[in-house]
Write a protein that binds this ligand. Structure first.
Ligand SMILES: [Zn+2]
Length: 192
């Protein structure tokens, strides 16, 4: 690829140029800056992933017994009670998706750090991952918000506290990590 699109005004520039011919802003990729910024956000997400899973976040009431439980504890309890769909949705939206996103971002950062991507197939896969962690990043927040509204009809509720705030912060920092990662860097590395 000879051409590079200006991220600010959209003008097509020669790859060798450092500055955009139309708006004059810098168009060369800041690989290191993007890498470190994304890594910092990602580490913050990992830190908050721990209290999000260790502190009680769900309140389940069994007969007149109300008790707080962790996400996993709540999922297991719901499963044991036969609430399979709710158990699966909570598990996927609040345990599986955040974890896969964090791992995928670590992998992408590792790829950038090594400055090597294995094959065209992997390149495509990476792009799909970026797509997934880009516009769809809010899907877990959305699902959880939907759940809070929905589960008031059921026997569970979200407990506001350390667990829930940590979960929200974990989702937020994962989002920031994927925004900080300039996807053109992957294109650049995979095109070599
Ligand atoms: Zn420009």
């Amino acid at each position: 690829m000879r051409w590079l699109r200006c991220p600010y005004c959209g003008a097509t520039n020669d790859r060798e140029d450092r500055w955009c011919g139309r708006c004059g802003l810098q168009i060369t990729l800041d690989i290191k800056g993007s890498l470190y910024k994304s890594l910092a956000y990602l580490l913050a997400a990992v830190i908050f992933y721990i209290p999000a899973n260790v502190y009680p976040i769900l309140q389940t009431s069994k007969f007149s017994n109300v008790e707080g439980s962790t996400i996993i504890g709540g999922v297991l309890e719901l499963w044991a009670e036969g609430d399979y769909p709710v158990a699966i949705i909570i598990f996927v939206a609040s345990v599986l998706i955040p974890l896969l996103k964090i791992l995928a971002l670590f992998y992408l950062l590792f790829t950038i750090w090594r400055k090597r991507c294995k094959s065209l197939k992997q390149e495509m896969w990476l792009y799909h991952l970026i797509e997934l962690t880009g516009p769809w990043s809010l899907i877990d927040v959305f699902v959880v918000v939907l759940l809070v509204a929905l589960i008031h009809f059921q026997s569970i509720a979200i407990i506001p506290g350390i667990g829930a705030s940590s979960f929200a912060l974990m989702v937020f920092f994962t989002l920031m990590a994927s925004y900080a990662l300039d996807e053109r860097i992957l294109g650049e590395i995979c095109a070599r």
